[in-house]
Design a protein around this ligand. Structure first.
Ligand SMILES: Cc1cc2nc3c(=O)[nH]c(=O)nc-3n(C[C@H](O)[C@H](O)[C@H](O)COP(=O)(O)OP(=O)(O)OC[C@H]3O[C@@H](n4cnc5c(N)ncnc54)[C@H](O)[C@@H]3O)c2cc1C
Ligand code: SF4
Length: 338
């Protein structure tokens, strides 16, 4: 049985207090005393990803700041736009009738994350800040000690998937992120000095070690979606086990109908690179059309071109690229008016 390492736990009652504790305790500082560098202070929300990672010693923070007791951390509000607090569970999002009707891709993505028990604990904030994954890295300390570490744990070692790669190629794997991208989400962060809003599309970068342009002293507090009038959206995911598993290829699509024509469109992919990404070349040809088969084929071809999976998850590279193409076709056909 894998056991958690020892750590101290603090339980602030507000996001402001959490940000203050991060600053006071030197968030972002690395502890080099135990061989491989590790973050000394980390946030934990539902703990469904962080605790297994700590058991595998991918992270060994000496201090955890839990967001479980933060007041108003969870909730879904509608005020012209949709405001979702970062501590809202995936189950609450999947079951919300308004999200299912108007922001369908998000409800569909939330309901295919892991298992019911983990969705009852796991939060949207934790999903947005999910670490990247790789077959080499997501192993126990025992396995990694025997086989050898890689760049993601120890910057002095090469990447084991592509030994000449200057960067880690671990894979973006959060299901809700592509759905939020096509719905035009903005995220709000707080730190000890104040706060900032970031379009979600600007948060992610093509780097498996540092996949987010996020400082360690920032707390994600809210996700905001604009008014969904006229939009239809969906999310399709390929995974090993149909009952529960991380995505190994996934597509979210959203189109806005103006009468019989598409007036705006967005397509996003994940699990096909280190960054979940909007594929503008796929969305562009859709505007002004009625989603005829020829246009959909053009969009699917653009997604196929943008998808660059590496051999570090289940499935083969060609299977995952092909899934991206087929899922784009299926997703767009499902968005035609009934
Ligand atoms: C068996 C198993 C299967 C899984 N399958 C899937 C899957 O199919 N799809 C999927 O997307 N995920 C999957 N997960 C991962 C996980 O359950 C979800 O991603 C969940 O949404 C994580 O949320 P959490 O609140 O538990 O995050 P935590 O584990 O608490 O945190 C995750 C990360 O986010 C950071 N964080 C959390 N909240 C904040 C915040 N407010 N501000 C800044 N940083 C924050 C933490 O520091 C940590 O680095 C799986 C996990 C397991 C164990
Ligand atoms: S992609 Fe390379 S560096 Fe990144 S986790 Fe995998 S083996 Fe390690």
């Amino acid at each position: 049985m894998l056991r958690l390492p020892r750590f101290r736990l603090l339980e602030p009652r507000s996001y402001g207090e959490a940000a203050q504790l991060l600053a006071e305790n030197g968030a972002g500082a690395l502890d080099r005393s135990r061989g491989t560098p590790t973050l000394r202070v980390m946030l934990v929300a539902g703990g469904t990803d962080l605790f297994p990672n700590m058991k595998r010693r991918q992270f060994t923070p000496e201090l955890l700041i839990s967001l479980a007791r933060v007041r108003d951390a969870s909730g879904i509000q509608r005020n012209g736009h949709l405001d979702i607090s970062a501590g809202t569970t995936l189950s609450a999002i999947a079951q919300d009738p308004g999200i299912r009707e108007r922001s369908t891709a998000l409800a569909e993505a939330a309901e295919v994350v892991s298992t019911p028990q983990l969705r009852n604990m796991g939060t949207i904030g934790g999903n947005i800040c999910l670490d990247t994954r790789c077959n080499w890295y997501d192993q126990s300390l025992f396995w990694r000690t025997a086989e050898g570490f890689c760049m993601k744990t120890n910057p002095d070692v090469v990447c084991r998937v592509a030994t000449s790669s200057p960067r880690c190629l671990a894979v973006a794997s959060a299901d809700t992120v592509p759905a939020l991208l096509v719905l035009g989400a903005t995220v709000h962060f707080e730190d000890a000095e104040g706060g900032r809003d970031v379009p979600l599309a600007d948060l992610y970068q093509e780097d498996g070690i540092q996949p987010m342009a996020l400082r360690q002293d920032e707390v994600l507090t809210d996700v905001t979606l604009p008014e969904a009038d006229g939009w239809r959206s969906t999310y399709l995911k390929m995974r090993d086990r149909g009952s529960f598993d991380f995505p190994i290829a996934a597509v979210a699509a959203a189109v806005r109908w103006d009468g019989a024509k598409v007036s705006e469109a967005r397509i996003a992919i994940t699990a096909l690179g280190s960054r979940p990404q909007l594929v503008a070349d796929a969305a562009r040809p859709l505007v002004g059309t009625s989603l005829d088969d020829v246009t959909i084929a053009l969009a699917a071809e653009a997604v196929h071109k943008a998808a660059r999976p590496m051999d570090n998850t289940s499935g083969t590279i060609s299977q995952r690229k092909r899934a991206a193409l087929v899922f784009t076709e299926r997703a767009l056909r499902s968005l035609r008016p009934a």
